[in-house]
Design a protein around this ligand. Structure first.
Ligand code: ATP
Length: 343
């Protein structure tokens, strides 16, 4: 096995790559940014990439595996990898990979994901399997809808049926959807980190998303919304806003994270490790509903390249999630246990 100094941290140049690569350099690693042609400049300009490998499309990452292995690269995944390279390809990927690949299936299927979170004791929005049962505000989500495109709110079966009419596929089939209780509250994305080496759950920070157009609808009065051509809400993310949460929520937030980790160990060997995020809505009754989990670094950690208030309390030095990943890898290498953090 190569010595610790010779390992390099590689990631795809997008999403949270600036922070992952910067964090890796801070921990003493050389870095590789794998960039689409034309996107290299950002990584060069911010000096986070010691090497840039250029590809014509994200799927071409499969063709440069041997070069990455020769470089002793360890790949740190983020959402762009899974989304653009595809789950099946990622599972087959030969390059050492930070995190547990086995967990990816559990978060990519809404039903299995729900079972995991429910068994972890989290409060989840109710699912309506039959539109007849809709007795409150619901959000109708379409599978694979990018940026929540086409999601709509409905208040009863009649309303649902009316709005579904515009959701038939080209072959006149119903698009796949789920009817979920609409939780009125504020969205809150909770960033955690769990190291299999220390077996400790760390709270890294919080964010809320800045989503277009839903975050701009409040700027158009109800009168104008009615007068203007139909505006459908969409949830296309354009940025992330940092949040510090009310301190009395922290014990529950930590307990939720602990239970998710505990449950993950029951459903797959090794369970979940590394960064993950619970996507929640907090209600005026101070309940926290989780509507999704991301089992990897989320872009909501990007405001904290220099650390968050929570990581400052723990580390007394700048500690981004990207840097925390690199430290986990470094500690594993030093302990001769690199395989414990690779999936
Ligand atoms: P993905 O990460 O898969 O792209 P997402 O994280 O954007 O999806 P979705 O489940 O597609 O999450 O929801 C999009 C947005 O809709 C969320 O960011 C949130 O603002 C809102 N939302 C989702 N579910 C609910 C719910 N049950 N009640 C209220 N608002 C919701």
């Amino acid at each position: 096995m190569a010595g610790s100094k010779s390992y390099k941290i590689a990631t795809i140049g997008s999403h949270s790559a600036l922070q992952i690569l910067k964090g890796a350099q801070q921990e003493g690693f050389s870095t590789i940014a794998i960039c689409l042609k034309g996107r290299e400049n950002v990584y060069r300009q911010f000096k986070v990439a010691d090497k840039i490998m250029t590809i014509g499309s994200y799927k071409e990452i499969m063709d440069i595996q041997d070069s990455l292995i020769k470089e002793h690269a360890i790949l740190v995944p983020h959402a762009s990898l899974i989304e653009y390279v595809g789950l099946n390809n990622v599972e087959k990927f030969k390059v050492p990979y930070y995190g547990n690949k086995n967990i990816l299936r559990f978060e990519s299927d809404r039903d299995i994901e729900r079972e995991w979170l429910a068994n972890a004791g989290l409060k989840l929005p109710k699912i309506f399997n039959n539109p007849k049962d809709i007795d409150r505000a619901v959000i109708v989500k379409f599978h694979g809808a990018k940026g929540g495109k086409g999601y709509f709110l409905a208040k009863n079966e009649k309303d649902f049926k009316e709005k579904m009419k515009s959701h038939m596929t080209a072959n006149n089939e119903q698009e796949k959807y789920v009817i979920q209780e609409y939780i009125v509250g504020v969205p809150m994305f909770i960033h955690y980190f769990y190291s299999p080496l220390t077996e400790e759950l760390e709270l890294m920070g919080f964010d809320k998303r800045y989503e277009s157009n839903v975050d701009s609808l409040g700027r158009v009065s109800a009168r104008d919304q009615i007068a203007l051509p139909k505006i459908d809400p969409s949830y296309v993310i354009v940025g992330n806003i940092p949040i510090v949460v009310r301190e009395s929520f922290l014990p529950l937030i930590m307990e939720m994270g602990e239970n998710v980790i505990k449950e993950s160990k029951k459903i797959t060997k090794g369970g979940l490790w590394g960064p993950f995020c619970l996507e929640t809505i907090m209600t005026p009754e101070q309940e926290i509903f989780t509507f999704e989990i991301s089992a990897r670094i989320v872009a909501g950690t990007n405001p904290y390249i220099n650390g968050s208030p929570y990581t400052w309390l723990k580390y007394d030095e700048p500690m981004s999630t990207g840097r925390r990943i690199a430290r986990d890898i470094k500690q594993a290498i030093t302990a001769g246990q690199l395989s414990r953090v690779l999936g």
